[in-house]
Design a protein around this ligand. Structure first.
Ligand SMILES: Cc1cc2nc3c(=O)[nH]c(=O)nc-3n(C[C@H](O)[C@H](O)[C@H](O)COP(=O)(O)OP(=O)(O)OC[C@H]3O[C@@H](n4cnc5c(N)ncnc54)[C@H](O)[C@@H]3O)c2cc1C
Length: 392
């Protein structure tokens, strides 16, 4: 007989995250409820600050930079819980999931100290200044110029589709030091403070009524050497690394969020006989969605396994990006078809569902475009994984 005193069982990171989200994800923060007025930026920032303080953001970042020093396995476990909860998307995902990892990879110690804690504490929101009017899929065609000066750089050019620029404190900016014809050569990455004189941000209203997109103009903007990330010619390597992170590990919770959206659709329809009857003819299509979700989870988990074994993401980032965006867009179309047959003025669970699926349908239209379009992902897989020539 074991006479030793009972051990206090420590909660796993996933169990802690589940309990924390149950207590803190309330009111207007919940995306599974219809809200007459959406959560404010200040509320979203406060939520994400608390998420970090509780240990659920910056999970793998070093403790020296306000991270929590855990491994990718814990990161995945916590993100599964974040995905299962109806939490809002981060207003600082560029900072936490693109700029942060790249700063950890190519930044110097002083840059890590200056930028990283400010991202996790939500003092600095970041935007990504890559795309230009003539350079989207063909990013190497970008024309924004960075001219060397005695101390620092002078930037001139225009960016477009810069998500969240009007509420950002820093921009992860890709510019070129040489001629546009040099393509991948002579590109340089900066962490530009958005209050630098000469930066002009103009919001663009999108179909969902949001004003997240911006055009950003740089007119003789002076940036110091201290805000250059890596060496002048390393910009392309750093940029492609940013993009492979964006395609693979960014919003790692997505497959689990996707599953919770499907479960919400089915559960809410079941609360009402008319909605159940509307959903019934879609049963096989919804079964296919469920299969897509399992495939996606497998892709994410395989990728995490590869990263934990010390491999780079590289072109493999195209698998989850392509599969998630296409599958989620298919789901969003089915869900919208179902909820748009509800009688006008539904209340309760059906009203909540209608509001959520309308948002998902509109935002899903962009999923096969941002972080590289479907055609570009297929080209990457054909060229870099199958070693085939690009289709004509
Ligand atoms: C919601 C959203 C948020 C975004 N946020 C940001 C951001 O924060 N920062 C940022 O820098 N950018 C951002 N973007 C821009 C995004 O990266 C670009 O829209 C994307 O890279 C496509 O570029 P483009 O719009 O110029 O289209 P184009 O490159 O002009 O493509 C138009 C069409 O042609 C196809 N095409 C292009 N080239 C090829 C080819 N070689 N072979 C086959 N087909 C091809 C494309 O697949 C697409 O269907 C965002 C976009 C969206 C929709």
């Amino acid at each position: 007989m074991n006479m030793s005193p009972p051990q206090e069982t420590a909660l796993t990171p996933a169990a802690r995250a589940r309990a924390w989200l149950a207590d803190n994800l309330t009111g207007r923060l919940r995306t599974d409820r219809a809200h007459d007025t959406p959560a404010t930026l200040a509320e979203l920032i406060a939520f994400e600050k608390a998420l970090h303080e509780a240990g659920f953001a910056g999970i793998t970042w070093p403790t020296a930079y306000a991270g929590h020093g855990l491994g990718l396995r814990e990161h995945l476990e916590i993100n599964r819980e974040i995905g299962r909860a109806p939490a809002p998307n981060s207003v600082n995902s560029i900072g936490k999931e693109l700029a942060g990892p790249i700063i950890l990879a190519v930044g110097n110690d002083s840059q890590k100290e200056r930028y990283l804690p400010a991202i996790l504490k939500m003092q600095d929101i970041w935007c990504q200044g890559f795309s230009e009017p003539g350079a989207g899929s063909d990013l190497a065609a970008l024309r924004t110029r960075a001219e060397r000066m005695s101390e620092g750089w002078r930037i001139n050019g225009q960016k477009i589709w810069t998500s969240g620029a009007s509420k950002s404190q820093r921009c992860l900016l890709l510019a070129r030091t040489g001629a546009a014809e040099e393509r991948h050569k002579g590109l340089v990455l900066f962490a530009v403070p958005m209050d630098t004189p000469g930066i002009d941000v103009r919001e663009i209203r999108s179909i969902d009524g949001q004003r997240s997109f911006c055009e950003v103009f740089f007119n003789d903007v002076i940036v110091s050497d201290a805000d250059m990330l890596g060496a002048p010619d390393e910009g392309w390597a750093a940029a492609t690394r940013v993009l492979s992170i964006e395609r693979a590990t960014n919003r790692m919770y997505r497959s689990w969020r996707f599953q919770s959206e499907l479960e919400h659709l089915i559960a809410a329809c079941r609360t009402d006989a008319r909605a159940t009857a509307i959903m019934q003819p879609y049963a096989r299509q919804l079964a296919q969605v469920r299969i897509d979700i399992e495939m996606l989870k497998g892709l994410v988990e395989t990728l995490i396994g590869r990263l934990m074994a010390g491999h780079e993401i590289g072109p493999n980032g195209s698998f989850p990006k392509l599969y998630w965006s296409e599958a989620h867009q298919r789901f969003a179309r089915i869900a919208w078809e179902i909820v748009s047959q509800f009688p006008p003025g539904v209340e309760g669970p059906l009203r909540d569902l209608h509001a959520r699926m309308a948002d998902i349908y509109l935002s899903s239209r962009a999923e096969t475009i941002y972080a590289g379009t479907t055609e570009i992902q297929l080209d990457i897989i054909a060229k870099r994984i199958l070693n085939l020539k690009k289709a004509a």
